[in-house]
Ligand binder design. Structure first.
Ligand SMILES: [Zn+2]
Length: 193
């Protein structure tokens, strides 16, 4: 009477043994996962978890095991391949006469990819820092938030808010600058390791 129902709840947290498939030498697992996630989303993560250390797995097997349609599998593989996280070979299926691609997780690429993302991130942060430093203390704001003036304008109004007359304050971006510097340093230290 009580037919056993297999629960179909999707669990992102796999048992430890399974998530080991994502392990890459010298890279923290969480980092590997975050990188794949940013490149190819959740499907990318489960796809590479499935591939693990296996070699030359057919695209059809991937689709079947992950219960995904071919279109999704191919899109995900394409995204991963764009970042060289997977390699493939194509073979003609003798019986069916069409080509099938067989995929392998290119684990050697992970560390390089993380490195290049960090470089990009570093560049962006440095650029932002440059802008913040150029504008350091050059703006004056009303504490009641009615106005934000540059130095010349503030001088014209004798450092008083043109709207309400409150004494203007120099806008503080010192903390922002320090923050950016700290983040830059963090990445720099990390990259040297
Ligand atoms: Zn004001």
């Amino acid at each position: 009477m009580a037919a056993k129902k297999t629960p179909k709840t999707k669990k992102s947290a796999h048992p430890a043994a399974k998530s080991d498939d994502l392990s890459v030498k010298g890279v923290p697992k969480e980092r590997v996962q975050d990188t794949i996630l940013s490149v190819a989303g959740e499907n990318g993560v489960s796809l590479l978890k499935f591939l693990g250390d296996k070699k030359n797995i057919s695209e059809f097997v991937i689709a079947e095991k992950l219960k995904l349609d071919m279109q999704t599998v191919r899109n995900t593989l394409y995204k991963l391949h764009t970042h060289h996280l997977v390699t493939y070979i194509r073979k003609k299926d003798r019986q069916k006469g069409w080509y099938i691609s067989y995929w392998t997780f290119n684990k050697d690429r992970v560390a390089d990819l993380i490195d290049s993302f960090q470089k990009q991130n570093l560049e962006k942060l440095r650029e932002r820092l440059g802008k913040e430093e150029q504008n350091k203390g050059l703006f004056f704001i009303c504490t009641k938030a009615c106005a934000r003036l540059d130095f010349d304008q503030a001088t014209d109004f004798e450092f008083k808010c043109p709207e309400c007359g409150t004494l203007l304050q120099q806008q503080e971006n010192v903390r922002t600058i320090e923050n950016l510097k700290a983040r830059i340093k963090e990445i720099e230290v990390d990259m040297d390791v």
